[in-house]
Design a protein around this ligand. Structure first.
Ligand SMILES: C[S@@+](CC[C@H](N)C(=O)[O-])C[C@H]1O[C@@H](n2cnc3c(N)ncnc32)[C@H](O)[C@@H]1O
Length: 306
């Protein structure tokens, strides 16, 4: 079979399964299945596929047509300019979450403590002397690794700069694989419930989190492509979707340095209750910022200065 025929046949299979961008997705599937880059796909359109190549494309097309998310079939997705391995057991990073990385980097750039002072504050933790960011609910590690990659370009330090936590061992397996594949040493991953697995007394300049925040009735109404494949633990949260956020805020003051920032992804309907929760816990400079598509999404609060 020629590559161009495989693309056409895959597109037809996807279109008959009701997939909107069938041709584009077929090209993506073929490109990744053959390890090609986009211009090579066009250049090699007339090449005959090896039987194993044709079989892989056929199998991937069938999985996608059955409703599996494209990124799970491809086994990867892009986030903040980096490629992350994903698959069953871990949430697929979404483009709107990239703003969380930017918010953290902007806050760090303005943070009143120099890296030296920060190190002094955390001296009791020799291995974490320069830990500056905590990423809760890290999933694939996308936010933590993207922040660490950016910080690495600004410093020659090879120490841990980001601590990252997730309750799911499956998610952490992807996070650690991503760390190795991307070659970003500055992140230390912990398995457990929010702050529980962190060394006592360790404090951060910035806490980021993209927790589960979909309220049960909305979760039940999610499309099968999401609900039937991505982990419930990553998506669904009780109490109008704010159960995990509440616990993040409750524990944040104890884990932030004076003047440190908390940034948490939520949904636009959470704006008012999220502000109220932050205010109740003594945060200042409270806000609810839009993502890069203009949708209100990020609860922000600052711990009072000492
Ligand atoms: C919405 S996903 C976010 C994943 C990743 N940060 C991202 O933006 O793609 C939420 C993550 O929180 C984790 N999680 C849920 N409850 C948790 C808890 N109590 N403590 C730590 N992690 C939790 C889930 O396993 C999941 O990986």
């Amino acid at each position: 079979m020629l590559l161009r025929d495989a693309i056409r046949e895959t597109a037809a299979v996807l279109a008959s399964a009701g997939i909107e961008d069938a041709r584009l997705e077929a090209e993506w599937l073929c490109e990744t299945a053959l390890g090609l880059k986009r211009p090579q796909l066009a250049l090699q359109a007339g090449r005959t596929l090896a039987p194993t190549e044709a079989e892989r494309i056929h199998a991937w097309g069938a999985r996608r047509a059955a409703g599996e998310p494209l990124q799970y079939v491809l086994g990867e997705t892009d986030f903040y300019g980096l490629t992350f391995k994903v698959g069953p057991g871990v949430l697929i990073p979404r483009p709107e979450t990239e703003k969380l990385v930017e918010l953290a980097l902007e806050a760090l750039a303005k943070f009143p403590l120099s890296p030296g002072l920060l190190a002094t504050r955390n001296t009791q933790h020799e291995t974490f002397a320069s830990a500056t960011v905590l990423d809760l609910c890290t999933g694939s590690g996308c936010v933590a690794l993207a922040i660490a990659a950016q910080l690495a370009t600004r410093s020659t330090q090879q120490e841990t700069v980001v601590c990252a936590v997730d309750l799911s061992p499956d998610a952490l397996r992807y996070a650690r694989e991503n760390q190795t594949a991307l070659g970003i040493p500055g992140v230390r991953f912990f398995e457990g419930d929010l702050y529980a697995p962190l060394p006592a007394g360790l404090r951060f300049a910035v806490i980021t989190a993209n927790p589960p925040y979909i309220a049960p009735p909305l979760y039940d109404a999610l499309p099968h492509e999401v609900k039937g494949h991505e982990p419930e633990l990553a998506l669904r949260a009780d109490e109008d979707g704010l159960a995990v956020f509440r616990r993040i805020v409750e524990g944040a003051r104890e884990r932030l340095l004076p003047g440190g920032w908390l940034f948490c992804e939520l949904s636009s309907e959470h704006a008012d209750p999220a502000r109220a929760i932050l205010s109740r816990h003594g945060f200042t400079e409270i806000g609810f910022l839009p993502d890069s598509f203009g949708k209100p999404r990020f609860a922000v609060g600052r711990a009072p200065a000492a």
